[in-house]
Write a protein that binds this ligand. Structure first.
Ligand code: ASN
Ligand code: ZN
Length: 321
């Protein structure tokens, strides 16, 4: 009874205040709402201080700098795939604002996720062009954020190569989703359009034919294996994280193309559910990951073509399950 009296009193006070002061101000959400991203693009102006100067916020119209506009659009494309295909609200699932810095450093030949935001170099124009050009590269970097907030795969050896592969898989799916491509229509390249004209090659990596993305005097030959027979044992590149990722990349390609249709739907859903489902250990091996995708295919779709496609994909790349 006392509680009711207190509540009545509170409500009367609230009504009085509302009458006098008008309705209380609505606090704007800190991050993205359920169906809208919260993007900010910064310009490092060729220095290496982060985040740099804010040049475009959410809802701002495009400006004159194409690099800024591509970064903004790429953040949006990534947000869209995760929300619409997987009902994930941004990188952390809780509307995390998305930030990107462009024009990082001088002739900087890379892009990266620093644990909090995206960073893009302009490339030196000799080997690489502007890293905001390929939307799958933008997606790749943001997907590192998704992995960080979920399975948090250790960036070395096989878990590291799985971490890299998750970024390539979802990076490619962001491009496919954006272009409305089926698995059969997709190029399955990572970084198409990024190589400078003088470089002999088509992209950074190929999920369809790992090891064939480039073969060039300056860059050398694409070192990626497609199967466990060619697994590269190395201490470089954090134990070959960008090299052996070719194997799980190719497994995803095989599963997705065997199923046909949109790759983000069944193959992508299975991979997404394993990455975010809580059972994938941060030190997972290729076999651990493969077994979880097979189990997830069965759980989600039963004893059907999905289970067969996933099982056969891992078999073809030589990962024991
Ligand atoms: N672009 C690279 C990547 O995201 C940067 C790095 O080596 N961490 O994998
Ligand atoms: Zn990466």
């Amino acid at each position: 009874a006392r509680r009711t009296l207190e509540r009545d009193a509170l409500e009367r006070t609230h009504r009085r205040l509302t009458t006098v002061l008008g309705p209380p101000a609505v606090t704007p959400p800190a991050g993205a709402t359920a169906d809208q991203p919260s993007r900010t693009v910064y310009d490092a102006k060729h220095k290496q201080d982060l985040p740099g100067k804010k040049v475009r916020g959410e809802g701002d119209k495009p400006g004159k700098d194409a690099t800024v506009n591509r970064a903004y659009a790429g953040l949006g494309a990534t947000f869209d795939l995760f929300l619409k295909a997987y009902e994930r609200n941004s990188i952390n699932g809780e509307g995390l604002p998305l930030s990107a810095t462009v024009h990082f450093g001088e002739e900087y030949n890379n892009a990266f996720w620093n644990g909090e935001q995206m960073v893009f170099g302009d490339g030196d124009g000799e080997i690489f062009l502007d890293f905001t050009i390929p939307v799958d590269v933008i997606g790749h970097e943001l997907a590192h954020g998704v992995t960080q907030y979920t399975a948090n795969l250790t960036y070395f050896g096989q878990p590291g190569a799985l971490n890299e592969s998750m970024s390539d898989v979802f990076g490619s799916l962001i491009k496919q989703y954006t272009l409305g491509q089926t698995a059969a229509e997709a190029d399955w390249l990572i970084g198409a359009g990024l190589l400078a004209p003088r470089v002999t090659g088509k992209a950074l990596r190929s999920m369809k034919e790992p090891g064939t993305a480039y073969d060039d005097d300056v860059l050398g030959k694409d070192p990626q294996p497609a199967t466990m027979d060619d697994y590269v044992q190395t201490g470089r590149d954090n134990g070959g994280v960008h090299i052996n990722s070719g194997i799980p990349n190719h497994a995803f390609y095989l599963a997705a193309t065997a199923l046909g249709g949109n790759a983000w739907e069944r193959a992508g859903q299975i991979w997404y559910d394993v990455l975010t489902g809580g059972e994938l250990d941060s030190k997972a091996t290729f076999t651990d990951f493969a077994n979880l995708t097979i189990a997830q295919a069965r759980t989600a779709y039963g004893e059907g073509e999905e289970l067969q496609a996933v099982t056969k994909a891992w078999e073809r790349v030589g990962v024991p399950t």
